[in-house]
Write a protein that binds this ligand. Structure first.
Ligand code: TRP
Length: 423
């Protein structure tokens, strides 16, 4: 299928990604799509549009090497349809062989949003039900009860100062320390899968709003390394940052014929990947972390039914997993659309599907068949499908989806309880 047809943002958001690339170094997802053995819906439909260092994840998927997929949810309210995309991305990566890690960011919700621990726990469990209902397998934890994360957050905090936080987040001298701590906790969330297991590439699927955390974390991962390993065409250079003498010597010994200088070691005739792996292992036996710098994917947000963001603070904008059918139907029937002012105009000009929250609801989650989705879009834009009819059909799809999803959530609720009791 022609991707132009199902990618409603192909033209008008391309400028954005160019800017994101120039200013922040985020790359277009198309630069790595071909490396994947299959293209998931969320890439084919233009929902995931950008990445950092995703090559290493795509390569790991293709060659069956270990990798992690890790993300977090702030339990500041009930989960809703706006959270579904990132959950699906996580589940897909787990199905591709990734080890899963899901964080319930209760410390962040408590420090930044003022939620009680009890509320955090309740909402957190709801998020986990959704994930399990989608078929998630892997680890889950709350920030407040993960000691590995807490210790790592402390180590990370030694590598970050206030001016860096001000530059990235606009923190001022009045910003409370809890806020700063929750930022460092997120850094630790992302890196902790590499602490008790061999370091491995880790992908963090997030919305663009989380990129500051991704950049900070990548910086900290680098700062916590003892060595840097760089390709210099004729040789590979291993540079010591804070490596103890014994670790330097171990690297020198590991590569026959390598030359040792004051702060670095030059190695010839060994592939970069092999040097990286060996150096990482040596770093770990000498008490270092040997982190692989984490990767990220960035997705667009599904718009809310009222046109802006889908956000719990605007009840009319969201479809909640726990809302009754009547309410859901009512919200969809009164949603903003890409329809024209009058029926006559709509018939003549057609609707603006690519800007329509109802169409995008179908594109994100409700119509899995590409041909069916393309037909809805075509009929809308040709003035054949009117908003009332389209909304009715969409509402029917949403209700069917919710019905099945709730049933699955009820089944997995027990799974959450029993897994927690094992802790
Ligand atoms: N800060 C994220 C949010 O506001 C939640 C979060 C916590 C997270 N830890 C994370 C996201 C680790 C990705 C990775 O939603």
């Amino acid at each position: 299928m022609d991707t132009e047809v199902v990618n409603p943002w192909a033209s008008d958001q391309s400028v954005d990604i160019e800017r994101l690339h120039a200013e922040f170094g985020i790359e277009r997802i198309e630069t790595v799509t071909d490396l994947l053995p299959e293209t998931p819906d969320f890439i084919r439909r233009g929902i995931v549009f950008g990445h950092r260092d995703y090559h290493q994840i795509a390569n790991a998927i293709r060659t069956n090497e270990p990798f992690n997929v890790m993300t977090g949810f702030m339990p500041s309210g009930h989960p809703h349809l706006g959270h579904l995309m990132v959950m699906k991305e996580v589940v897909w990566h787990v199905q591709q062989g990734g080890r899963g890690f899901i964080c319930i960011a209760d410390r962040e919700a408590h420090a930044v949003r003022n939620l009680s621990w009890e509320q955090c726990r309740k909402y957190g469990d709801e998020y986990l039900s959704c994930l399990y209902a989608l078929g998630y397998h892997g680890e889950t934890y709350e920030q407040s009860s993960n000691r590995v994360v807490q210790d790592l957050a402390f180590e990370a905090s030694a590598k970050v100062n206030f001016s860096e936080l001000s530059a990235i987040y606009g923190f001022t001298p009045d910003t409370d320390i809890g806020h700063a701590m929750s930022v460092l906790t997120q850094v630790a969330d992302i890196l902790h899968p590499q602490v008790n297991e061999e370091p491995a590439p880790t992908v963090v699927p997030v919305g663009l709003d989380q990129d500051p955390h991704i950049r900070l974390t990548r910086g900290v991962a680098h700062k916590l390394r003892m060595f840097t390993v760089e390709d210099r065409d004729t040789h590979v250079s291993v540079r010591s940052k804070e490596a103890p003498e014994e670790a330097m010597e171990a690297v020198h010994k590991a590569f026959k014929g390598s030359k040792r200088y004051e702060g670095h070691i030059d190695i010839t005739g060994v592939p970069l990947d092999v040097v990286k792996k060996t150096v990482r292992a040596i770093e770990r036996t000498h008490g270092g972390y040997g982190f692989v710098t984490p990767s990220a994917t960035f997705h667009r947000f599904m718009p809310g039914l009222t046109g802006g963001k889908m956000s719990s603070s605007i009840p009319e904008s969201i479809i909640g997993f726990y809302e009754d059918d009547k309410k859901v139907t009512k919200k969809i029937m009164s949603a903003l659309t890409g329809g024209r002012m009058t029926l006559q105009e709509q018939k003549e000009l057609g609707g603006e599907a690519d800007k329509c929250p109802v169409f995008l609801l179908n594109l994100f989650h409700m119509v899995s068949d590409d041909a069916e989705l393309a037909e809805i879009r075509r009929k809308c834009m040709a003035g054949e499908l009117m908003c009332g009819q389209c909304k009715k059909e969409t509402a029917a799809r949403v209700l069917a989806f919710l019905d099945e999803f709730r049933e699955k959530m009820a089944v997995v609720a027990d799974q959450i309880r029993s897994e927690k009791s094992c802790l």
